[in-house]
Design a protein around this ligand. Structure first.
Ligand code: SAM
Length: 322
């Protein structure tokens, strides 16, 4: 039978590297794994191919279109939940799962989300100014931009876009909406281009503003912090956490979170605390990894990817991080 070709496809980033880091071998093939960001299932399918008959994969995605795409996987070891990975703890409790062998987060937006103009993520294709990963919840970017103050808009564009012209953009946005509401991605991109005078080579003037508004609308950084904590709590000793980030704000959160677990703050040396009572590392980190030049030339969207990996240690293991 002829297979329907999906209109928008996603090319999975760091597939072999992420799979290697999850270390699905030996007894670990029988474990429970979490793919927190199903997308179009590139990582999920590869995980399923490694699991034994009794292994299990639970995938999450906030996007109903990603969840619908998961319907093509007919495998009793697989299930998908339409929610944020920040809800991991509740979902595992609901499913009666106490511990998992591995958790993967491949953060950010998928290519189908960017390429489909109707989702409103792209400044290249005109579409409604939405940007919600889950259009069934929350408010679209257009609604927020219609009501936020200059200060709120400036703060978002500055903090999440690290944009030097955040104030000028915010002022221009508020002045413009007094005439007529901003409702399309092209309108926003044109307005930003009119304000941002200098730009790094190869970068569209609207890149930083779109990134910032998207992060804010989807509360991506807060969700990531919750997801990391929930993942670490869910992992069994020996379990692996693998996180692929696509910009420095995300990667900084992941790096700091893992650093704190690998090198917990120690009390001042003068306090009379026995060595065995000092805080110990709860994870072992692997070196961070980025895609090689072959992957980047085959898939330019991979160029900003950074992967970090941690292994949860059994309680009582010495706190040397390798
Ligand atoms: C980069 S894509 C993942 C691609 C996937 N690994 C693949 O190979 O097809 C990111 C996906 O994660 C989803 N996502 C982003 N943040 C999320 C969150 N907090 N909870 C659940 N899903 C999220 C997005 O909707 C998107 O579908």
């Amino acid at each position: 039978m002829e297979q329907a070709v999906p209109q928008f496809a996603h090319r999975t980033v760091l597939l072999d590297e992420a799979l290697g880091a999850l270390a699905i071998d030996g007894e670990r093939r029988e474990g429970v794994y979490i793919d927190g960001t199903f997308g179009r299932g590139g990582h999920s399918r590869a995980i399923l191919a490694r699991l034994s008959e009794s292994g299990r994969l639970i995938a999450f995605d906030r996007d109903p279109e990603a969840v619908a795409a998961a319907g093509t996987i007919r495998d009793t070891r697989f299930s998908i939940v339409h929610t944020s990975f920040a809800q991991l703890a509740d979902e595992l409790a609901r499913l009666g799962i106490e511990a998992v062998s591995g958790v993967l987060f491949d953060l950010g937006v998928s290519s189908p989300q960017i390429d489909d103009a109707q989702r409103g993520f792209s400044f290249r294709n005109d579409g409604p100014l939405d940007m919600r990963m889950d259009p069934t919840r929350g408010e679209p970017a257009s609604a927020w931009l219609a009501r936020a103050s200059v200060d709120e808009i400036r703060e978002v564009i500055s903090d999440y876009g690290e944009e030097r012209f955040a104030f000028q953009i915010a002022k221009a946005l508020v002045a413009r909406r007094a005439e007529r509401p901003l409702s399309s991605t092209r309108e926003l991109a044109a307005l930003v281009a009119g304000v941002v005078r200098t730009r790094e080579k190869g970068q569209d003037p609207a890149t930083r503003t779109f990134q910032a508004i998207r992060i804010y609308i989807n509360q991506e950084l807060a969700e990531l912090e919750q997801g990391l904590t929930a993942a670490m709590d869910a992992l069994a000793p020996g379990g692996r956490l693998v996180v692929i980030s696509f910009h420095s704000l995300e990667d900084r959160i992941v790096k700091r979170f893992l650093n704190a677990l690998a090198n917990p703050a120690q009390p001042p040396a003068r306090l009379p605390i026995k060595a065995m009572d000092l805080p110990r590392a709860t994870i072992r980190r692997a070196r961070k990894l980025s895609p090689g030049s072959a992957e980047i030339s085959a898939n330019p969207r991979a160029r900003s990817a950074v992967m970090r990996v941690a292994e949860k240690l059994a309680a009582g293991v010495s706190h040397d991080a390798h």
